[in-house]
Design a binder for this molecule. Structure first.
Ligand SMILES: NC(=O)c1ccc[n+]([C@@H]2O[C@H](COP(=O)([O-])OP(=O)(O)OC[C@H]3O[C@@H](n4cnc5c(N)ncnc54)[C@H](OP(=O)(O)O)[C@@H]3O)[C@@H](O)[C@H]2O)c1
Ligand SMILES: *[C@@H]1O[C@H](CO)[C@@H](O)[C@H](O)[C@H]1NC(C)=O
Length: 193
């Protein structure tokens, strides 16, 4: 009887309390870091350069402006040179004291070794502290996997998965050498659905 009581009532209750508590803690932690904690000094803590992939639009562009406002130099990655130059100009207009480099890479076309070679070449000797893997593509609207065209699936895998791996592989050795650095991968809230 006692054993049954434990198994049927006490154990699930404890598990329930434990997981609610865990969820609450992670929510509080998120609230703290997102709204209340003082921002870190990224330059001093990680290094003076930041790399942002997909920096010509949306979240990547906004992140680039934000990093520039913290005094980080930028290496901006994208497919389109004229868009990269335009963004460089815009950022320099607001934050003229930082260095900005650009690199044209098409993750859906360039091979892994090409990506690694191109990235290593520009970052040689730079104090790269932050990498933001932001470039990403998706289908136009929510779809089941069998509905998505093969070409679209291929570019999603190449840009969102392989591209992230190759750029990270190119950058991390520099961070290892300096024993500091931060890699941020932008995902999607839909991943938790
Ligand atoms: N916005 C949202 O509501 C949302 C929601 C969930 C997740 N996300 C994720 O957040 C990230 C940014 O989203 P966003 O909405 O800001 O995107 P966006 O405005 O569409 O910008 C995408 C960026 O990625 C670059 N890019 C696209 N394909 C590329 C390729 N083949 N090679 C190199 N660069 C490429 C684009 O550069 P060029 O066009 O200049 O080449 C552009 O700078 C993505 O990873 C996305 O999956 C966004
Ligand atoms: C590159 O960006 C420019 C400026 O937004 C645009 O006019 C041009 O069509 C783009 N080129 C390609 C190949 O997408």
């Amino acid at each position: 009887m006692e054993f049954q009581f434990m198994l049927l009532i006490l154990l699930p209750t404890l598990l329930g309390i434990y997981s609610s508590f865990k969820a609450l803690l992670s929510f509080l932690n998120w609230t703290w870091t997102a709204f209340f904690r003082r921002p870190k000094d990224l330059r001093r803590r990680y290094g003076s350069w930041a790399i942002v992939t997909g920096a010509t639009d949306g979240i990547g562009k906004a992140a680039s402006f934000e990093l520039a406002s913290r005094g980080l130099n930028l290496l901006l990655l994208g497919r389109n040179l004229s868009k990269l130059q335009l963004v460089t100009k815009e950022i320099h207009h607001n934050y003229f004291a930082i260095d900005i480099k650009t690199l044209v890479i098409d993750f859906s076309k360039d091979s892994g070794s090409e990506i690694v070679r191109k990235v290593r070449e520009v970052i040689k000797g730079l104090d790269v502290g932050v990498l933001i893997n932001n470039a990403g593509v998706s289908h136009k609207y929510a779809s089941f996997v069998h509905e998505v065209e093969s070409g679209v699936v291929e570019s999603i895998v190449r840009v969102n998965i392989e591209g992230v791996m190759w750029v990270t592989k190119a950058v991390v050795p520099l961070m290892m050498e300096r024993r500091r650095g931060a890699v941020v991968n932008i995902g999607s809230a839909s991943a938790s659905c």
